[in-house]
Design a binder for this molecule. Structure first.
Ligand SMILES: [Cu+2]
Length: 278
């Protein structure tokens, strides 16, 4: 009876802890003070990553609870006082098969959703749009090869935030330009580095890929809602590693088309100006 109570109490504790740990944030796209767990997922990949994390937490909690209770049981039931004459056998074939087979089974159960997720992340579907991101010390350069658009995104200093329509809370996340993509479009990201290894990451998209000089890595995302989503360079790349954030704005298709036209006009104007100067 006492053991049963202990079991119930432990499981209640485990359930409470794991539920508070995996609560996904209300807010998507940015960190929130005091938040536990992930930023809200807005892509299938991010949702699956969070599901897998949750699933693994339950499995680990169950294993910890089982081992703890087993140890407590042995301590209480088989100590020298309660059990003065210990049994003298040393092997039990059935038990040994069970404690080999059950962990193998648990690993297989974990491997199935892990591999499914790995394939989802690595197999890029037919893209609607391709963007190349190049990490440099300490900013990102974005190219839209099909639209002939190219720009740098540099972190805004504290005194520049208001000018660009940000608040003081956006410091370390806001950049002077944003990557703009249409909602529900498959965006194929080509990621590389120009000097050292950086990493392009947006938590709400479940995207994280290394930007390696001399190598073109690829990832993808399909954002399911509009909004502004923040990320940061996620590979320790040097002194100003924490000052090269990533901002992606997801907009409707008409808004995206309008943005492309404005960018092309700006790029065109820049090219004309350059030609005139020469
Ligand atoms: Cu970096």
């Amino acid at each position: 009876m006492r053991i049963a109570n202990l079991w119930a109490l432990t499981m209640a504790g485990v359930m409470f802890l794991s539920s508070s740990l995996v609560v996904a944030g209300e807010v998507a796209g940015r960190p929130v003070d005091g938040e536990m767990g992930f930023q809200r997922a807005v892509t299938e990949v991010a949702r699956d990553i969070q599901w897998l994390d949750n699933f693994l937490n339950y499995i680990s909690a169950a294993i910890v609870a089982f081992v703890t209770l087993l140890m407590l049981y042995v301590i209480v039931r088989y100590n020298k006082r309660v059990n003065p004459k210990p049994a003298s056998f040393t092997h039990n074939a059935r038990l040994e098969i069970a404690w080999t087979a059950i962990p193998v089974l648990i690993l297989v159960i974990i491997a199935i959703p892990s591999l499914r997720l790995l394939f989802l992340q690595l197999e890029v579907p037919e893209p609607d749009l391709t963007i190349k991101a190049t990490g440099s010390q300490w900013y990102w350069t974005y190219e839209y090869p099909d639209e002939a658009i190219e720009f740098d995104a540099v972190m805004l200093q504290k005194d520049e935030l208001t000018e660009y329509g940000y608040t003081a809370d956006d410091w370390l996340l806001a950049t002077d330009t944003r990557v703009v993509v249409p909602v529900n479009a498959v965006v194929h990201m080509l990621v590389t580095g120009s000097d050292v290894i950086h990493a392009w990451a947006i938590p709400s998209f479940g995207s994280k890929i290394d930007a390696v000089p001399g190598r073109l890595n690829e990832t993808w995302f399909r954002a399911e809602e509009t909004g502004v989503f923040y990320g940061q360079c996620s590979e320790l790349c040097g002194m100003n590693h924490s000052y090269m954030p990533i901002v992606v704005e997801v907009v409707s298709q008409p808004d995206y088309d309008a943005w492309v036209q404005t960018q092309q006009a700006m790029n065109g104007a820049a090219t004309t100006k350059l030609a005139a100067a020469e």
